[in-house]
Design a protein around this ligand. Sequence first.
Ligand code: PMP
Length: 360
Amino acid sequence: MHKKLMIVGPTEIEDDILTLGKEPQVYMRTPEFSARLEKIFKNLQYLFQTKNPVVFYASSGTGMLDAAVNNFLSPKDEIIVINGGSFGQRWVDIASRYGIIVHEIKVDFGKSVTEQQVKEALLNYPKAKALYTTLDETSSGAKTDLKTIGSLLQDYPHILYVSDCVSALGVEPMKMDEWGLDVVISASQKALAIPPGLGFMAVSSKAVNFAQKSTLRSFYFDILEYLKDWKRNQTPFTPAVSLIFQLEKRLEKIVAEGLDNFQKRYFLLTEKVRTSIKKLGFDVLAEHPANCVTAIKTDEYDASEIVRIMSQKYNIELAPSGGALKQRLFRIGNFGNITEKDIDEMATALEKTLEELKND
Ligand code: PMP
């Protein structure tokens, strides 16, 4: 029995894309494959709203976070990290592992960093070489205002501006060039709605200069190698061929629909999720909520029981939370092939689940 995925990745995938996963493999070092990659690379630039190169790796999103640290920095470098949840914390953990000095801007869970907080950090940490952000903090469902941060950073041209857009790419406006971002990373299993396993990284020329000076570049993730091969529409190592077939089709669909329309469509579906849960007496945690991720806090019910019953009884997977919030927070994702009907069915099942828990 398939359980409907209303989590934050992987996602429901349409049949025409899913089926490409069983196409016969092809040899990747051929002019035919390079021609396909050329189009994919072009469409990725549209998705990232950039003229910069966008490369992909066989990796999950975390590999890209790792690569966005180890390609551009050296031990003892200082950086600023906006930390409003698990994924802000992941930047902190990765950078600390490399002996980088991390200055955190702590953001209350569910809140978004303020302009004032960023201004103060930029003044307080004059040695910072880079600023690490998360566009959508998937753990709390809060969105970060990358445009405003980008304009603040215009006065700090020596700072590398990096953003984790793993759950935000495609569904949030994100204008890499216009907003002055230097490194943008993402992954395949969220808004791109193809299986997990592809990671993406877009890099500005400033980022390339940083990479040339880094002493931490790893062998597999070395961005300079990927860029060399990008120029000839290739990849340094064996690419994830089946995922590339699926990526190719997904990008064609997004280009045909138009990025604005794609975002609007998901926004309307997300609004529907939010209206449905509000009818059941819940509130959205985030002050500035992300598109496609809705985090819901509950004191009345045990959130882990909600997630368990929804899965076991109604075959709908919602995203639980870990740690201290296990009983108090759950999340609903509407990435990928989730329709209005799916949202209605989820809301009905959620209502029944709450009745059951009330009667316990
Ligand atoms: N960053 C964000 C914002 C995410 O939402 C996720 C996945 N939930 C990751 C990083 C990590 O990605 P992965 O699980 O693919 O390593």
